[in-house]
Design a binder for this molecule. Structure first.
Ligand code: G3I
Length: 354
């Protein structure tokens, strides 16, 4: 008998920080390719629709909780942790021998009020440290990779040294980013620690300056010996906005030069402004994903790729970027009936590049 799903998972994912979780392997076998594939999931959707869990088990080797590991969900009070929702996703992962990608330990957004009322550096450092330690220790068996810091660069970055304002930055300064990675590494020296950003993929507007500031921050961290292991390119692609293929390829090559792995962490395509007909729109979306993944893999393989949902039935884009023609959005690899779309074939092709 060949290697079991668990064997393959343990082998394939252990190297990428997505070590196989415990628990019984699911019956379905995802189409194995060298580059692991993950799907983000929101607990109410997972609990409401068995098709979603089935699709994750059929296609994925990892899950990312969309909201359940954010401070607003796990931290109702200064002395309280509420892991009820995140435990359910972690248990789903364990049961199905999936890894869980921890999203996210430090972010400017979705902070409970008690955090935004902190006034001293000492209180902020204590809260941040306790959060990272407690959260990572709880899920260390199933979460082998973490978005330690999410979206540190402001949208309207002008200078390479620009950093996004946050309550953490206000109280702890820019060094809170390095601090967070050091704490995370102390908790779990084997975890893959990721710095995660969006809107660094495009050629026009403010995107080049944001990409430059992101690269500057990462280089600064690596030069200081901060334990950053991977760059997370969220990949919320703006349909119709050209991918900066050469510039993105150079950015990724520079990051690889620093010894960093490249993860696509939240791929979907915002198709609000794309043509209506499904076949036309799906082809444009697949072509843009091709440009995006082609630029990233010009210098080497993807480390992992995660889409921000699996089926068009469950996507944030529906309420954040709904279409004026009333047609459903089509941002993800599976349509609203969980059928594959051309985007999935593109993803699978790049998952096979090693
Ligand atoms: O579940 C409640 C519901 O009970 C309530 O009626 C409703 C109206 O207030 O809110 C619902 O919660 C919302 C949740 O999404 C589920 O839809 C929150 O208000 C809303 O803030 C939350 O938005 C999430 C957003 O991050 C902010 O946390 C989106 O689902 C999620 O897709 C989005 O994901 C982010 C990544 O974390 C970081 N990268 C960008 C990405 C897209 O914005």
């Amino acid at each position: 008998m060949g290697p079991t799903r668990r064997d393959v998972l343990a082998m394939g994912l252990a190297t990428c920080g997505w070590a196989a979780a415990g628990g019984t392997a699911a019956s379905a076998q995802p189409a194995h390719r060298p580059v692991p594939f993950g799907g983000a999931v929101y607990l109410p959707d997972l609990e409401a629709d068995p098709r979603l869990g089935d699709a994750i088990v059929a296609h994925c080797q990892a899950v990312t909780p969309v909201n359940e590991l954010k401070w607003i969900s796990t931290r109702p009070a200064p002395d309280l942790f509420d892991f009820a929702a995140s435990d359910k996703i972690a248990d789903f992962a364990r049961t199905n021998a999936l890894a869980m990608h921890g999203h996210t330990l430090v972010w400017y957004a979705e902070l409970p009020e008690w955090v935004t009322r902190l006034t001293s550096a000492a209180d902020a450092e204590r809260a941040l440290t306790e959060h990272i330690v407690t959260t990572m220790q709880r899920y260390g068996d199933v979460a082998r990779s973490w978005d330690v810091v999410n979206e540190p660069i402001p949208d309207a970055a002008r200078r390479p040294t620009d950093r996004r304002d946050s309550h953490w930055r206000a109280l702890l300064g820019d060094d809170h980013i390095a601090q967070a990675f050091r704490i995370a590494h102390d908790v779990d020296p084997d975890a893959l620690l990721v710095i995660n950003e969006y809107d660094v993929e495009f050629a026009t507007g403010y995107f080049p300056a944001k990409r430059q500031a992101f690269a500057h921050l990462i280089r600064e961290l690596v030069d200081k010996g901060v334990p950053v292991h991977a760059v997370g390119l969220q990949g919320h692609l703006r349909g119709g906005v050209p991918i900066a293929k050469d510039e993105l390829a150079q950015f990724v090559a520079d990051m690889r030069e620093l010894g960093l792995k490249i993860m696509v962490t939240e791929l979907d395509v915002i198709d609000r402004d794309l043509p209506g007909p499904a076949d036309v729109r799906d082809a444009i979306i697949a072509a843009q994903v091709e440009d995006f993944l082609g630029a990233i893999t010009a210098s080497g393989p993807l480390h992992s790729i995660t889409t921000w949902g699996l089926s068009d039935t469950y996507t944030w884009i529906r309420w954040a970027y709904g279409r004026s023609d009333g047609l459903g959005n089509r941002p993800l690899p599976l349509d609203e009936n969980f059928q594959r779309k051309p985007m999935f074939d593109v993803i699978d092709r790049f998952r096979s590049i090693v």
